[in-house]
Design a protein around this ligand. Structure first.
Ligand code: DC
Length: 230
C-alpha cells in the first residue's frame, strides 16, 4: 500500500497532537510531535541557566545547541511516543505553563529551527509518518501528500487546554492565563521571521470549534485513505 506523509499545522491548542496520534494509530504510521522538540530545547536552556523566564539571549541558546540530544521512544503503556532529553524522559516536564510561556521565543531562533527541521526530515524520510507542528506543510515536508491546517475559536481552545492541564494536576492555573498564553503564542508563531505559522496553499483548513474529536478524525482519516488508495 502507498505510504504518505501527513502534515498537521495550526494554532496552539487546536488538538493537533490528539488528531495526529489517532491518525498514526489507525494507519500504523509513526507520529512525531515537533512542538515537544522545541519545548525540550526550552526546558534544557531554562534548567541550565542559559535563559530565564524573562530573558532569552539567542546567542547563548545557539552556543549550547550541540549539548542537546533529543529522541522519541514508544511507551506501550500510553500507546504513544515520549520525548527524551539527553536520555531522560521529559514528557511531563515540557507541558507546564512555564515552558509554554517561553517556548515560542526559543523556537523563533533560526539555528534552533535548522537543527530541529533537519532531525524531523530524517525521522520522516521513509514516509508513513504523521507530524504535527507549525511549519510541517510549509518547510519540513512541503511535498506532504496530505496537509491539514487546524484552527478553532480562542476561548474554546483555552477551555480545552485548561481541562487538560487540570487533569494533569495543574490546579493553580486559570482560564485567563491559558487564553492569554495561547493568544500570545499564536501571535509570536505567526509573526516570527523564520518559517512563521501559515497555511500552506495546498493545506485543507479545519475549524474544529464545533465538531467532535470523532467527527474530525473520521473526516481526515477519510481524506488520507482516499490519497493512499489513489
Ligand atoms: O505544539 P506545541 O504547542 O507543543 O508547540 C510549542 C511551541 O513550539 C509553539 O508555540 C511554537 C513552536 N513550534 C514551532 O515553532 N514549530 C513547530 N513545528 C512546532 C512547534
Amino acid at each position: 500500500m502507498k505510504k504518505i506523509t501527513i502534515a498537521i499545522d495550526g494554532h496552539s491548542s487546536t488538538g493537533k497532537s490528539t488528531l495526529a496520534k489517532d491518525l498514526a494509530k489507525a494507519l500504523a504510521y509513526s507520529y512525531v510531535d515537533t512542538g515537544a522538540m522545541y519545548r525540550a530545547v526550552a526546558l534544557y536552556c531554562l534548567n541550565n541557566g542559559v535563559i530565564t523566564d524573562e530573558h532569552i539571549d539567542a546567542n547563548k541558546v545557539v552556543a549550547v545547541l550541540d549539548e542537546i540530544k533529543l529522541d522519541f521512544k514508544y511507551n506501550p503503556n500510553k500507546n504513544s511516543s515520549e520525548i527524551f532529553l539527553n536520555g531522560t524522559n521529559v514528557e511531563d516536564q515540557i507541558r507546564t505553563m512555564r515552558i509554554s510561556n517561553i517556548v515560542s521565543k526559543v523556537s523563533s531562533i533560526s539555528e534552533v529551527r535548522k537543527k530541529m527541521v533537519t532531525q524531523q526530515q530524517e525521522m520522516g524520510k521513509n514516509k508513513a509518518v504523521v507530524m504535527d507542528g507549525r511549519d510541517i506543510g510549509t518547510v519540513v515536508f512541503p511535498d506532504a501528500e496530505l496537509k491539514i491546517y487546524m484552527t478553532a475559536q480562542p476561548d474554546i481552545r483555552a477551555q480545552r487546554r485548561l481541562d487538560e492541564l487540570r487533569s494533569k494536576g495543574n490546579t493553580d492555573v486559570t482560564f485567563d492565563e491559558v487564553l492569554a498564553n495561547l493568544e500570545k503564542r499564536d501571535k509570536e508563531d505567526q509573526e516570527r521571521l523564520d518559517s512563521p505559522l501559515l497555511k500552506a496553499n495546498d493545506a485543507k483548513e479545519v475549524d474544529n470549534s464545533n465538531i467532535s474529536r470523532e467527527e474530525q478524525f473520521d473526516l481526515i482519516l477519510g481524506m488520507a485513505k482516499q490519497i493512499i488508495k489513489d
